[in-house]
Design a protein around this ligand. Structure first.
Ligand SMILES: C=C(O[C@@H]1C=C(C(=O)O)C=C[C@H]1O)C(=O)O
Length: 180
């Protein structure tokens, strides 16, 4: 799905943000620990993952740029809700280019409602790249979660030639639950 340039977000590292969010928001945007672990703690064990859409799709321009593959490259796309006590707290979109996945041994297609984080954080061979943030385009969210100006973050988990780009959008109901 080609997105007009006006919609392609400007992902920025913390030090490049024109205005820095509150300390509590920054903690969620830039903390490098597993979000699965943190949401499990915040929900007192009430964490769950709901797959929304998965499949081989053309990756978006901002994804291709970061993964350093040609525009329109095919990749595995996994979109999920991360829920706290049943409430959608985060919309996550994780992608990996098809040619990098093939032969990598990483089988994203079998994950289902297990957390991708359990895979990425249990394998010491994965290294996490810089965390970047943006205000996520509302049109890229599921209809029921659409809202302007939601904070998102993304980072790339790499293992040799394989790169998994994980974007996490904090939904409106998350911030009151986190006490922010
Ligand atoms: C990278 C992590 O995995 C989480 C789990 C995801 C999934 O199951 O699709 C997506 C985004 C992540 O927040 C993590 O726990 O930090």
């Amino acid at each position: 799905m080609h997105c007009p340039a006006s919609q392609t977000p400007d992902w920025l590292a913390r030090e490049l943000l024109p205005s820095v969010p509150s300390a509590s928001v920054c903690d969620w945007l830039f903390n490098e620990d597993s979000l699965t672990r943190r949401l499990t703690e915040l929900s007192n064990g009430g964490f769950s993952v709901t797959p929304l859409r998965e499949g081989w799709l053309a990756l978006r321009d901002d994804e291709c740029a970061l993964l350093d593959v040609p525009p329109g490259s095919l990749g595995w796309v996994r979109e999920v809700y991360l829920r706290g006590n049943g409430q959608p707290w985060v919309f996550a979109r994780s992608v990996a280019a098809r040619q990098a996945l093939q032969g990598s041994g990483l089988d994203l297609q079998q994950l289902g409602s297990r957390s991708l984080g359990e895979l990425l954080f249990s394998d010491q061979a994965f290294t996490r790249g810089e965390l970047q943030t943006c205000r996520y385009p509302s049109a890229w969210l599921p209809a029921e979660a659409m809202a302007d100006g939601l904070w998102a973050r993304r980072s790339c988990f790499s293992r040799g030639p394989l790169a998994v780009l994980v974007a996490e959008v904090f939904l409106a109901d998350f911030w009151p639950a986190a006490g922010c």
